[in-house]
Design a protein around this ligand. Sequence first.
Ligand SMILES: [Fe+2]
Length: 488
Amino acid sequence: MDRRNFIRSAATLAATSCTGGLAGCALTSSDTGMSTQLRSFALSSIAEDPGSALRLHGHWPADLQGTLFRNGPALFSRNGDSQDHLFDGDGMVHAYRIHAGEIRHHSRYVQTEKFIQEQQANRFLYSGSASVRAGSLPLRTNDTINMANTSLRKVGNKYFALWEGGSAYEIDPGTLATRSRHTLAPELEHAPFSAHPVQDTNGDTWNFGSLVNIGQAKTLLYQLGPNGKLKRTKLIDMDFAGYMHAFAISQNYIILLNTCCIHQAAETFIGGYTFHQDKASQFIFIDKNDLEVKYTIEVPANFVFHFGNAFEEKGTLFLSTSEYSNADIMLKGMALNTHHGLGAGYSTGKLVQYEFKLATGQYKKKSTAVDIEFPQYDLADPYHAQTLFGAGESGKKKDNIANALVAINPITQRDQTFSYAPGIIAEEPLLVRSKRHKHYIMQTFIDLTHRNGGIALFEPTRLAEGPIALATTKVPIPLGFHGCFVAS
Ligand SMILES: [Fe+2]
């Protein structure tokens, strides 16, 4: 079956208004009701999948086998009560096992302390990170409302379901059973460990934990060895309590962005943040050798969840970000119980490239009009200019609903886009390597109309031509955030 025909046969992705397959078929977001549909979909709690085969279309390369792990918030309602923010669903971990021409999916809720306690009570007992609940039980530790709902990553030989305000939960990669809350050292019990650890080229893993949510303008840095054991930590004092979700590394530096979305004590974690348009955000450059802050460079007010790669070349440090002009996306744009929330048209992340001259503190900021979130690069070879891949938005009406796979080189600004059909939400793509070291882009998507999901597989240099293979689930899949692919 040729590419066009198999795409046409893939009912979930067929777009009747589209000629020439899916390529170039923008989401016509007059798609009225799509935002409502998205909120309603996001709020519907999803059952665990004990194991089901996906429908395969097209040619899945024989040497691309392994498991795609994903994580995302999935349980938003209990006993008539619902959460009010996308961050507040209990985490569900997924495995898509790709083997011998078959892909099978299964999923399980992460058995956090909160999940177990609320499951037994058959009701929500706590306010969330943004949802206020009358009569909420008190928070005893950072892990009391840990939902472990943000990512699933392999660190050393362990698989972690990650959140950002507390500990990692270790997951059995074979059964997806939750093993235990993970503590790196006794003195670090309940310490925040972000959902965005970054593996360095020597096999070490760097991560940070923001102490902002416990009222301290401090960031805890972690360095773990290739075996996942803790090597070093360092507590960094910040000038103010800005929101930090992820970070970047270059050859010599750990790069934090203390955004001017600043926290003060409030009923909920997210409710405590205010974006200060008149203040500067701070890029903080920490030497990997001694973990000392070497440079702080202020930039005009901005907001960032995710970074592309960073690298140093001839005295310049290059860094790409998916950048927002304010924090509305988090403070308003992920609310679920209001039409002013998810899908209501808040600004989307644009690709921005910074070039820092660390010695002088000068920098250049090159903004683009390209919508991109979850930017990805070659994790095994990060320290050079390269094309970034992300979920993006195409079409004229901007509604903060990602419906495209986007590729852009931040230096040349050459870009490619593949737009999915209406009703499809594009999630985080991953740049993966097959056994024969061929690169592919693996992107999960959610089909709001059919309430299922799937994986689209692309050749990175030809992504505008559409996926070379598609796999769709027969079961409902919740929106997800992040994951990883482990080849076998
Ligand atoms: Fe993230």
